[in-house]
Design a protein around this ligand. Structure first.
Ligand code: HEC
Length: 121
């Protein structure tokens, strides 16, 4: 059954989510803003760690995602503050992540998206 096949993937996904959450909860001790470690953690949140993952709804070339529910981030090129505002408050059909992501995680995602789209360097 498809349920049987889906279980290992779900377990793996849960483990990745937990690891990403743990790693980013340790910010800024684990990673300085904008460094390679932070970028890797933010990308992991983008593709699978956030619930629901940003990649589900957004296209972002750097993250290899092709979601088509929300705007194409490569075209929108939001700065970090705009990303964080969307994460905190939600916008339109996009849910707020205030209850599931820490401030440090939202800031890291903001910096990552801004850099990945060329809005910031
Ligand atoms: C369920 C689908 C969905 C998910 C998951 C999602 N978004 Fe969105 N997002 C949208 C939609 C739809 C919009 C457009 C909302 C509007 O303008 O009405 C949007 C808008 C945005 C914007 C633009 C905000 C603005 O000011 O115009 C940013 C930046 C963004 N999302 C980033 C993210 C990030 C980062 C994540 C993951 C933490 C994420 N989104 C997860 C659907 C989603």
């Amino acid at each position: 059954m498809s349920e049987e096949r889906g279980r290992p993937a779900a377990v793996l996904r849960a483990a990745i989510v937990a690891l990403a959450a743990l790693a980013l909860a340790a910010l800024p001790a684990a990673a300085a803003p904008g460094d390679a470690a932070e970028t890797a953690l933010a990308k992991a949140l983008f593709t699978q760690g956030a619930v629901p993952p940003c990649a589900l709804c957004h296209t972002l070339k750097d993250a290899g995602s092709a979601g088509a529910v929300g705007p194409v981030l490569d075209e929108l090129q939001p700065d970090a503050a705009r990303v964080v505002a969307a994460l905190k408050n939600g916008i339109g059909a996009m849910p707020s992540y205030k209850a599931t992501l820490t401030d440090a995680q939202m800031q890291a995602l903001g910096r990552y998206v801004a850099r990945a789209t060329g809005a910031a360097r």
